[in-house]
Design a protein around this ligand. Structure first.
Ligand code: NAP
Length: 292
């Protein structure tokens, strides 16, 4: 990477580190005030190696931030009813403040039913319909972590999105759709693109802010980036490649996230921040700072 490109990198690793440090400070303060540390329960069904790694990473990050974690490992053959029961138990367990169901959970499980078994006040991953609805209405609640991380990164780099045209490529319920809604709530003019969009390039060329959330390596070409645009690449594909062709896009963008080291680290950082916030609420401690 050339020095000129480095100048406009959006550093997710550093931003996430600061957010985790802030969460660690809030967690320590909670212990001082209540005697209890925040606790995140991670629920894993089966032993898919990637999922095992993700859960382990999240637990390690929790430990660094002074957040306790409880790992619930269920066999691959767990039924929807069994998973729902386990999540309801955790929802009722006063010593657990946040619940993360590592997904995907496998095709034999009704994932939506499982997510909905998570009590909204413990939904620190922002996956329930209640959390989504609260976000859509602009009400307090936990946001889906990756879109929350994207907004935090934009704030870190003082990107004023009001009145800007944001083009979000991808419309999944956990990423593209909420990312667009959070941008809309900040007064951006939002266009969603997806697999049925005719002439994706034409939309991307008009974007002041591009959010790539697809899962197709280098789908977004540098030649389509408007000079001076802000480019957020949430995609993560085999070989550490994003959805944006980084080298060519970096020549035109004002700000751009690298892959890795951009959006990725922000996701876990928001999960931890929201876990601490959930613990403050549940332990009745005053919460004097916003979360994301
Ligand atoms: P997903 O559920 O598979 O959704 C992909 C979206 O991209 C869909 O809306 C799909 O459109 C759209 N799409 C597919 N092909 C397209 C094309 N050729 N042109 C335009 N749009 C297209 O994936 P996801 O869970 O949202 O994840 C997207 C990417 O983000 C993946 O690379 C994933 O690894 C990454 N991710 C990263 C983090 C992180 O922490 N950094 C977290 C979550 C996900 P349709 O709706 O029409 O099918």
């Amino acid at each position: 990477m050339s020095p000129t490109q480095t100048a406009h990198l959006m550093d997710g690793t550093g931003t996430a580190r600061r957010l985790v440090e802030e969460s660690a400070g809030r967690a320590a303060e909670l212990v001082r005030r209540t005697g209890s540390a925040p606790c995140l329960a991670t629920v894993l069904v089966g032993e898919d190696p990637a999922s095992v790694t993700y859960v382990r990473m999240k637990q390690a990050r929790c430990a660094k931030a002074g957040i306790e974690s409880r790992r619930v490992q269920l066999p691959a053959g767990t039924t929807t009813a069994e998973l729902v029961a386990a999540l309801r138990d955790l929802s009722q367990d006063a010593s657990v403040h946040g619940i993360l169901l590592q997904h995907p959970v496998g095709p034999h499980i009704d994932e939506r039913a499982a997510f909905e078994a998570i009590a909204p006040e413990k939904d620190v991953d922002g996956v329930t319909m209640t959390s989504f609805g609260a976000m859509a209405f602009g009400l307090p609640g936990f946001v889906s972590c990756t879109p929350g991380g994207i907004m935090r990164l934009l704030d870190e780099y003082d990107v004023d999105v009001a009145g800007r045209h944001a083009v979000v490529v991808g419309r999944s319920a956990i990423l593209g759709k909420p990312a667009g809604m959070l941008l809309l709530a900040r007064d951006a003019t939002v266009t969603y693109c997806h697999s049925r969009t005719a002439d994706l390039s034409a939309y991307v060329r008009e974007a002041d802010i591009v959010v790539a959330a697809v899962g197709r390596p280098r789908l977004i070409r540098g030649e389509d980036i408007k000079p001076g645009a802000v480019v957020i690449d949430a995609g993560y594909n085999a070989g550490n490649v994003g959805d944006v062709d980084f080298d060519t896009a970096a020549e035109r963008a004002r700000l751009i996230t690298p892959v890795p080291g951009g959006v990725g680290p922000m996701t876990i950082a928001v999960l931890l921040a929201q876990t601490v916030t959930a613990a403050y609420h549940q332990l009745g401690a005053d919460l004097d700072r916003a979360i994301v």
